[in-house]
Design a protein around this ligand. Sequence first.
Ligand SMILES: NC(=O)c1ccc[n+]([C@@H]2O[C@H](COP(=O)([O-])OP(=O)(O)OC[C@H]3O[C@@H](n4cnc5c(N)ncnc54)[C@H](OP(=O)(O)O)[C@@H]3O)[C@@H](O)[C@H]2O)c1
Length: 370
Amino acid sequence: MPTNTAVWLTSPTSKSLEVKSAPYTSPGRNELVIKNGAVAINPADWLKQDLGNMMFGWIKYPFINGTDVAGEVVEVGPGVTHFKIGDRVVSHAASICKDYNNSAYGAFQTYTILLAHMTSHIPSTMSYEEGAVLPLGVSTAACGLFQKDQLALQLPSVSPRPTNTGKTLLVWGGSTTVGSNAIQLAVAAGYEVITTASPRNFDYVKKLGASQAFDYNSRTVVADIIHAFKGKTIAGAYSVGQGASEACMDVLNKCEGNKLIAMASYPLPQPPPKHLVLLKTIFYFMSWGISMWFKSKTRGIGMKFIFGDTLIGNGVGKAVYEDFLSKALADGTYIAAPDPLVVGKGLESVQAGFDIQRKGVSAKKVVISL
Ligand SMILES: NC(=O)c1ccc[n+]([C@@H]2O[C@H](COP(=O)([O-])OP(=O)(O)OC[C@H]3O[C@@H](n4cnc5c(N)ncnc54)[C@H](OP(=O)(O)O)[C@@H]3O)[C@@H](O)[C@H]2O)c1
């Protein structure tokens, strides 16, 4: 039995992580185990440490967090037909998902149990550090774009190439990890994408497939985007970033088409205090909700929060990871974006990774090499 080591979040109030031994667990039906080569850090990882039981309150401590993982398959469970020992993969690790809620499925350890349908092969030319940027960005983008209760777009496809829908999607926050994947997935599904980013990232978002990019800090950004949508049918708006949903609401109000906003970011007071103050956060969230509810009702625009785990159980996860992503990465039509910012080696570097991610990055994903 291999020896396993993990990064443990020991209690809801614990402000430091503990690196120590963890059980090695063999895979169940339709599962596999990988030896992790790299993990990536998401805002939710440090937010869970900051907010304790206010976030993902179902989680039992001590707990192994982490969603983004890349590595080599070491054990395959019954029912798995498309992976074998030695394969190089990326996967959405599921320990925070309510249906799994088990530390054996967390990314921040040496060996992680993965769900086969939430796992994709990566090409031999792609490092684990490059691959680890993908999973939660892909999943969160896919939930908002393809779920029937969200924008319900046509699914992406490699072969045959998707038919052009003639519709245009607004992705607000295209240079975020989530936005980078929303652009690529929407284009692979046959949609034109108009996006926002800082001007230094315009070339980056266009390389991912966006047809036009606008500066979200410009005073005229909403008017400029409304102008860009003249004569187009909007497929909806995918919003990422603070202030994004409010701006998307103003754009949708003046466009023809699907008047729904899929919202990846939950509103937070700006600038966010280092450790979020409970009452201030609740008050901010409630006043934001009342104002947005009023606008959405008077303008006939729908809003839906995304939870980046819901695709695991509803068919979208399989359609994206099993049927699309491996092939799209292999033929080069999908790239691992944004580029990894490798900030350390070994599980001891995970806390440093949280601290760097918390300070903010631009078109980069914080990654730990293992
Ligand atoms: N709902 C879910 O399940 C779920 C899952 C994952 C993430 N999220 C949320 O999605 C958001 C993005 O996460 P991420 O990991 O993709 O972030 P990230 O990669 O760390 O985002 C960094 C990028 O944010 C952009 N940015 C900063 N402020 C912005 C704003 N006000 N509007 C638009 N873009 C802005 C910056 O763009 P420039 O450098 O171009 O200025 C920067 O490139 C976070 O709020 C996160 O909590 C939600």
